[in-house]
Unconditional design. Structure first.
Length: 212
């Protein structure tokens, strides 16, 4: 099964991608990781990407999709793959089709903006060891102090309510057309994200026809 996962920042799509990957034994392919790996391995497309990045330019869709084609040709992706973070625009989705990459299903994990804001603005991260907490769902035993190492827990700059709202606005602007694009092709399925991760996973598996 070749899948694309859509979801706003903080909707939990990365977690669900891990669950699907573990269940089906297919790789979760993150565009960022894929680019870094191609650059590190010095592949022809990786060298082109490095040239663009070194000059401060954006890596073109052609290069990203070329690297993606190289990645999904690897042995571990022969039974399917999960794309996490790509495509981000209709132009990228069209380029995928033009390069002959078949997508079976596009899964959207939908969580209302107000819940995402509450979820992300409550996150706290330890400055010392990177452990992650939440003031409501996973609080530290002592406020502001990491349970694991005793370091100071802080709110990351991109988790402030203002930044979260800005990121959500960009996501909706870019992704709404993508949903229409795949919806008209009969490939889009939407799952409502639940408070409990396992409840969301159950709905995801049902939507994809995966036996638990």
């Amino acid at each position: 099964m070749n899948l694309i996962l859509l979801g706003a920042p903080g909707a939990g799509k990365g977690t669900q991608a891990e669950k699907i990957s573990g269940k089906l034994g297919i790789p979760q392919i993150s565009t960022g990781n894929m680019l870094r790996e191609a650059v590190k391995n010095g592949t022809p497309m990786g060298l082109r990407a490095k040239e663009a990045m070194d000059s401060g330019a954006l890596v073109s869709d052609e290069i990203v999709i070329g690297i993606l084609k190289d990645r999904i040709a690897q042995d571990d992706a022969q039974d399917g793959f999960i794309l996490d973070g790509f495509p981000r625009t209709v132009a990228q989705a069209e380029a995928l089709e033009q390069m002959g990459i078949t997508i079976d299903k596009v899964l959207e994990v939908h969580v209302p903006d107000d819940r995402i804001c509450a979820r992300m603005s409550g996150r706290r991260v330890c400055e010392a060891c990177g452990a992650s907490y939440h003031i409501d769902f996973k609080p530290t035993k002592t406020e502001g102090v990491c349970d694991a190492c005793g370091g100071k827990t802080v709110q990351r700059a991109d988790d402030t309510p203002e930044t979260v709202l800005s990121r959500l606005a960009v996501y909706h602007e870019k992704t709404a057309p993508l949903k229409d694009f795949y919806g008209t092709r009969g490939k889009l399925v939407t799952v409502e994200g639940q408070q409990e991760i396992d409840e969301t996973t159950k709905l995801v598996f049902e939507a994809l026809g995966i036996d638990e």
